[in-house]
Write a protein that binds this ligand. Structure first.
Ligand code: AGP
Length: 607
């Protein structure tokens, strides 16, 4: 998604902006630009490509102390220098950067062209700068307040006007914007990672809010000119947490962080004495939790697959009917909301538009919606009716890994709580707690022994199609494994329930389409073996992720990725980590952009 940075202060703005945009790279982008205000004039440099390409054309004498910057993830208009932000109005007195989508931009653009405006880009964003110009009567924030009432869509904006070259006005509606408060310097950014090097004091803007900053002041307003007194919050992360810690790739770092990140999701939330768990933030009494008759989990992408694990656990262990729905489908399906249904939205970024809008639709219909998120202070946790942070730490790589295992950890603990409130015995609860607490060590074992897995990944890197197959609790893990391979290696991969392969997908099997089967030593193992044999009978190559000690499997399949034995409910953890590594090593072998795969964004804040 697009990234925005704004700066007012004593430093060289171009440096602050370029460094801030660099830290927003993980959001995904295809072009970038900055505008710096100096002695009443604006100087803009922008181009398609990466921040390093932009830096090459930033003149060393670009010395202004106020400026705005942008990384663009194209939605309207090709990836070109002209379509990169910032954008001016005709007079070049107004300049802005925008994150979001203006849905009624064509109507506005047509009217403005008829009134004599000249557009230099194909973007929706450029209409905003021209519109502000038509409403400007000497006060930029007043002009912006009038402008936003004419816009339909989502926008995070940072805007400057030549009349007040040391001032920036920010607007938030549907796309995140945070104010950073420094010593005689102020920052605007799409998220805190862009400004963490300078300050930990931030104010998270809400939708329909405006902020006006200069080097030594800030004011916040609503869209009706009402000045706001907003709470200053302290960011709990450190800069090193968003650095690579010696790894070449963020994804590699985040895969290897999982023993620690899972522990952070568990710590303080299991109760051995009561053989249960504790999740602060649910904002529900035990009686309210006991009255829940159904749970629906809403999410997108990897978070959706984590939700599938959660739904399976809640229904099979806590005996509460549970289902998952894709965020993008929920918003427009006119969902039936019932009072005894509890909703969870799952989102690492807390900014995914599909999930945010689904939550709002469910809340509009009276649904109680709890969030399971990672980024503290992001929109979903601030608007939900409560929820749980997964504490996985900043996840920078576009491909989600440690967030997935931390998300399912929250579902394991939620399942434990709800099951022990109902029928789960003390002993069974204890077994679940100990199974969960054993996971980090078992993942360390997998990570320490990934050499063979890397060889298998390299061996299969020439294939162009894969099937991923898992059953029961691991069906969603197969789906997640297929997504990982798709999104970072660009290889076509489909996930299926193992048994489903004979209902059609087996037609795809030949020697050029390998299948990767998840084979835990659980009650369904023998049935999965049958599915494997069906594939082998048709000359399909098979890789199995199997449990150490399974003596039969090696004679049936072509290659085995071994995992340690575990509590039968814990295999989603031990199966997903090899699939993350498999995708990572394949992408490396194919020389892909592992942390920022083509076309992808870390947080999809547009529909
Ligand atoms: C996962 O690897 C992808 N990057 C993507 O599917 C992601 O999970 C999805 O966009 C949801 O993001 P969220 O968890 O921030 O809502």
């Amino acid at each position: 998604m697009c990234g925005i940075v704004g700066y007012c202060g004593p430093k060289k703005a171009s440096e602050v902006l370029l460094e801030g945009l660099k830290r927003l790279e993980y959001r995904g982008y295809d072009s970038a630009g900055i505008c710096v205000s100096h002695k009443g004039s604006f100087e803009t440099v922008k181009r398609k490509g990466k921040i390093k390409d932009l830096r090459e054309i930033v003149p060393s004498n670009m010395v202004g102390n106020t400026g705005i910057g942008h990384t663009r993830w194209a939605t309207h208009g090709e990836v070109t220098d002209e379509n990169a932000h910032p954008h001016y109005d005709d007079s070049e007195k107004i300049v802005l950067v925008h994150n979001g989508i203006i849905e009624n931009y064509q109507v506005i653009k047509k009217r403005l062209i008829a009134e004599g405006h000249t557009f230099l880009s194909d973007t929706d964003s450029e209409v905003i700068s021209h519109l502000v110009a038509t409403l400007y009567k000497g006060n930029l924030e007043v002009a912006l307040r009038e402008t936003v009432f004419l816009l339909k869509g989502t926008y995070g904006l940072a805007v400057m006007h030549k009349d007040n070259p040391d001032k920036i006005v920010g607007v938030r509606n549907g796309s995140p914007l945070v104010l950073g408060i420094g010593e005689n310097e102020m920052f605007l950014a799409s998220d805190v990672t862009a400004i963490l090097a300078h300050t930990k004091q931030v104010i998270y803007l809400e939708d329909k809010e405006i902020v006006v900053i200069t080097a030594d002041s800030y004011k916040t307003f609503d869209f009706h000119e009402q000045e706001l007194q907003k709470k200053i919050e302290n960011i709990g992360w450190d800069l090193d947490q968003i650095e690579k810690d010696g790894y070449e790739f963020f994804m590699e770092k985040e895969i290897n962080e999982q023993p620690e990140s899972i522990l952070r999701a568990i710590i303080g939330r299991t109760d051995v004495d009561g053989a249960t768990g504790h999740l602060g933030g649910l904002n529900m009494t035990p009686a309210e939790l006991l009255n829940i008759k159904r749970i629906q989990i809403v999410a997108a992408g990897t978070s959706y697959y984590a939700g599938m694990v959660g739904a399976y656990l809640l229904e099979s262990i806590a005996r509460i009917p549970a289902s998952t729905e894709l965020s993008s489908e929920v918003r427009y399906k006119n969902p039936v909301v019932q009072p005894d249904t509890l909703y969870f939205v799952v989102s690492q970024s807390g900014e995914t538009a599909d999930t945010l809008y689904a939550m709002r639709e469910l809340q509009r219909k009276g649904g109680r919606v709890l969030g399971i998120c990672n980024v503290v202070g992001s929109t979903i946790p601030r608007e939900s009716d409560g929820g749980v942070y997964i504490h996985s730490g900043p996840e920078i790589a576009v491909a989600s890994t440690k967030a997935f295992t931390s998300q399912i950890t929250v579902f394991y603990i939620l399942t434990l709580i709800l099951a022990r409130m109902r029928h789960l015995s003390y002993e069974a609860g204890l077994r679940l707690v100990s199974g969960l607490e054993s996971v980090p060590e078992k993942i360390k074992e997998i990570l320490a022994d990934s050499g063979e897995l890397k060889k298998i990944a390299v061996k299969y890197s020439k294939y162009e199609n894969f099937l991923f197959l898992g059953r029961g609790l691991n069906y969603s893990v197969a789906l997640e494994g297929a997504l990982k391979l798709k999104e970072i290696s660009y290889i076509h991969a489909e996930g299926y329930s193992s048994a489903e392969i004979k209902h059609g997908p087996i037609a795809l099997i030949n020697e050029n389409t390998p299948s990767l089967f998840l084979v835990p030593d659980d009650d369904l193992r023998d049935k999965v073996i049958n599915n494997i044999k069906e594939v082998k009978a048709r000359k399909g190559k098979v890789i199995a992720v199997a449990v150490k000690g399974d003596d039969e499997i090696e004679s049936i399949v072509d290659d085995v990725i071994w995992i340690p034995k575990a509590h039968s409910l814990m295999y989603p953890y031990l199966m997903v980590v090899p699939l993350q590594l498999f995708a990572f090593y394949m992408a490396l072998e194919l020389d892909r952009d592992v942390d920022q795969p083509r076309n992808l964004a870390k947080s999809v804040t547009v529909e």
